[in-house]
Design a protein around this ligand. Sequence first.
Ligand code: ATP
Ligand code: MG
Length: 487
Amino acid sequence: MLQTVEKTQMMGTQAPQTEAAARLHLLVVDSDPAIRSACAEIGTSLGYAVQTIAETAQARSLLRGHAADIVLINLPARKNDGLELISELKLLYPETSIIAMTASGSVNAAVEAMRCGAGDYLTKPFAIDELSSVLERASEHHTVDRVSRQIREQLRLSQGLGSMIGRSAEMEKLYRILSKVAQSTHPVLILGESGTGKELVARTIHAYGASSQKPFLPVDCGSIVPTLIESELFGYVKGAFTGANRSKDGLLVSAEGGTVFLDEIGELSLDLQAKLLRALQEKEIRPVGSTQRIPIKARIVAATNRDLVEMVEKGTFRKDLFYRLNVVNLRLPALRERREDIPLLAAHFLDRMTRESGRKFTLADEALQTMMRYDWPGNVRELENSIERACALSSGPVLHLGDLPTQLQQKGIDAWREANAAPHDDGAIAQAEKVTPLVDLEKKAILEAIRKLNGDKLLAAKLLGIGKTTLYRKLKEYGIACPLGEE
Ligand SMILES: Nc1ncnc2c1ncn2[C@@H]1O[C@H](COP(=O)(O)OP(=O)(O)OP(=O)(O)O)[C@@H](O)[C@H]1O
Ligand SMILES: [Mg+2]
């Protein structure tokens, strides 16, 4: 079967489409020899290593064991083996980017192909630049997918991503988005309560990005006065204000393609919001006191624990700036939403304290149990501080509930009280209601016996083990003088 594979040579007449394309393996599956040779020629000239093949069955055996990076599959009008191949490839080689070729007008075929796992489609007949742009998109996706897969693999082998700890479903979801986001240069908005790790996430995005060698420059928009933020971000020229003895580049310029982290963006004044928006839109800035504009390349990552949507509604945050920053948003879960990560985080901080102090620390059972129950309004930062404090206070290697901050101790005491309180809970009351009083049981037994014995009260009394008089007295008490209407 392999003899039918037509291998084309790298012609190298043109520069590769992208650097990555030079290393990518493209397989073309089409029964039409004219299409095969056209795709081969164009693919090769764009820098791909191209193989072409006529039948899907041959493609299967060719791909066995060594996957192509991009597969261009023709979908003939009345056969669905192309769709089957797409589904199979997606299952066996999820990293392969698949492009379906369909006849013009067959929108359904394209939709079906995408549903089976094709990432894109190309309608026949196509122009060279259509083929070339579909290939370019596929190779970009392929590279992004491969890197984010590598990041996820790394995650699977560790307790988190980079220096981020956590294996909960919420964190894994966050890592998945983060591994993709890191490879783009779009602005990112990180939302989350105080202490959830917004700055750590911003640093992780930078560390996993293509410009990780470039600077990561944080600016705290909440703690610096507005005029200072402006000169920090945009820079100033000599003499711009009293004390400006020399010109200084702003962070947006000195990041040189790295990341500027705008922390507490919700605190930025409306005037500065307008200036930042202009900088982001025009990709250039004007230093304070200057008329000259300077281009900027920095990536913007912003964070806040404020509700920006509400601020936009109230008019305290610009809507247009919100949309510009919110291209991708990452919402960090509160620690109480991922309690299963508490032991991992605690172990991580204990290890760090052990390394720093040279003393070995562990947590007593009841201390960890209380930590699992507590709501952590200050999130990971509060957990970190609690452990640091406990290590500093503890005289021995085991940290007890008593070494933890008072709010945790209180939580532990409350839980203990609850567990040791008298059992008069609602559950017991509900069970009590189900218990039948003896008198009712007795009434039931007497009436049942008389009914079963067709009204023979004498025999009923005998079998119930009571005298006839007792039986009559009881029937009278129940208000049934003559059961079954006998007497
Ligand atoms: N997933 C995590 N794994 C390990 N450490 C974490 C994690 N999340 C947060 N931390 C640690 O908790 C502390 C607080 O994190 P960070 O400063 O990033 O939070 P924040 O959301 O920016 O908080 P704030 O809103 O108070 O500024 C830091 O010391 C950080 O290293
Ligand atoms: Mg912060």
